[in-house]
Design a protein around this ligand. Structure first.
Ligand code: ZN
Length: 352
């Protein structure tokens, strides 16, 4: 049956009121019936957001001075030597900043600093660019729909056609087929939530990076997610999930793959630095949680052509290593790829 044909609310008949004679006690008025219970809105409860300020400092700032300036708890040192980590408690979580390594943690997920925490004159310091452009966007993310986005998502199954991407000869797997399956699974789930989802390719066809970006432009997408599986020249040593977004100006990339890493170069996608990182952390956290795969962190890169010119928050996800025997076995299963799709659904929630 079509909506609107035969489904009309009727007004109940009005019973005329009997006037109450003077002196007669007023009959008790029955309380109004409770409003019909509505299903709870499909919006996650607001995440308590620390009131964290940006630092006015520049260069290297002592962690203790920075924590006091921006409103974080005083750091507590854990471990020693190369395992030293500075823990900064705030609300129900804590920020973990390791000494000499880029792999920091916030709310049970790893993210990479541009510059490792280092001692200057014996005092542990954080770089101001990281404080303002890496830590601040994550700590102040309230989990609500990203500002300025819409309900249109473009999913980009990596590779295709003559470009198979990573290949696992042993398992007979090609990245291009697996990313397409992941994207199609995620599309179904996200559409059921009310998102409008477009794919950069829907079959095994060649697709340039520029065409992938153009698809997002053509549909006026508010978000762009490029889906990949990873390859390592060092098989057996690497497994797990990585999520990338564009490196902001002023910070070095987590990975360069031999490309120049000009920290002053401007790209259109730099307008979304904070939102890129928030989107990356949201999807990364859900991916690691759903799959139980090793957390290889939210990282930043400058060379990824599919991200650089995006006029919207954009991330690239590596959903496991095809070069790793264990990961390849997981990626080969529809069950694992369904978890990857469900993680995207969980991270993106309902459309704005
Ligand atoms: Zn790839």
């Amino acid at each position: 049956m079509l909506w609107g044909t035969g489904c009309r609310h009727r007004q109940p008949p009005i019973t005329p009121l009997r006037p109450i004679p003077a002196g007669e006690p007023t009959p008790p008025v029955a309380p109004p019936p409770p409003p019909p219970s509505l299903p709870p809105p499909d919006i996650p409860p607001p995440v308590p957001v620390p009131t964290v300020l940006k630092t006015a400092g520049q260069g290297w700032i002592p962690v203790e001075v920075w924590a006091a300036e921006v409103g974080l708890g005083m750091p507590v040192t854990s471990g020693d030597g190369t395992n030293t980590v500075f823990l900064l408690p705030h609300l129900e979580s804590e920020l973990a900043l390791p000494l000499g390594r880029q792999q920091a943690r916030w709310r049970q997920a790893e993210f990479w600093l541009g510059f490792p925490i280092r001692r200057v004159g014996g005092v542990p310091c954080i770089h101001a660019e990281d404080a303002n452009r890496t830590v601040w966007p994550l700590l102040t993310d309230d989990g609500q729909p990203l500002a300025g986005t819409n309900r249109v998502i473009v999913l980009d199954p990596g590779h295709g056609g003559a470009n198979p991407g990573a290949v696992s000869e042993a398992a007979g797997l090609k990245e291009k087929n697996l990313t397409l399956d992941w994207a199609l699974r995620a599309k179904r789930l996200l559409e059921a939530k009310g998102w409008e989802v477009h794919l950069t390719r829907t079959n095994d066809t060649d697709c340039t990076l520029a065409q992938r970006v153009a698809t997002a432009d053509r549909h006026g997408a508010g978000l762009f997610l490029s889906l990949h599986f990873n390859d390592s020249s060092n098989p057996g040593n690497r497994s797990g999930i990585e999520t990338y977004c564009l490196t902001p100006n002023g910070l070095p990339s987590s990975i360069t793959r031999g490309f120049a890493d000009d920290t002053s170069e401007s790209c259109p996608n730099h307008a979304f630095d904070d939102l890129n990182l928030r989107l990356a952390m949201r999807v990364h956290k859900a991916l690691v949680r759903r799959t139980g795969s090793p957390d290889r962190g939210v990282r930043r890169a400058r060379f990824m052509g599919v991200l650089r010119t995006q006029q919207r928050p954009a991330v690239l996800i590596e959903g496991g290593y095809l070069s790793d025997r264990h990961d390849a076995g997981l990626i080969a299963s529809g069950e694992y790829r369904q978890k990857l799709a469900e993680a995207l659904e969980e991270a993106l929630g309902s459309p704005p």
